[in-house]
Design a protein. Structure first.
Length: 75
């Protein structure tokens, strides 16, 4: 998916209630996966942690490259 497509998807997400529901269900699945690994987290906490990680990964002096959300660390 190109960056332009990603931006269009985000735009559609803001307008489409059915799409919002699908994305919300997907985020619940991510929380379930985290909990199955022993982490006690909420979707809000994961969202905040990702935002913090991504903002830090944009720095040029960062030792850790930004990894796509769907790619596990170290892969």
């Amino acid at each position: 998916m190109s960056k332009a497509h990603a931006k269009k998807f985000i735009d559609q997400l803001h307008k489409d209630k059915a799409l919002q529901k699908k994305v919300n269900e997907a985020s619940k699945h991510i929380v379930d996966v985290a909990k199955s690994q022993g982490y006690k987290v909420t979707s809000g906490e994961i969202s905040d942690a990702l935002k913090e990680h991504w903002s830090q990964s944009k720095r040029k002096d960062d030792d850790h490259p930004c990894v796509p959300f769907s790619q596990p660390p170290g892969a």
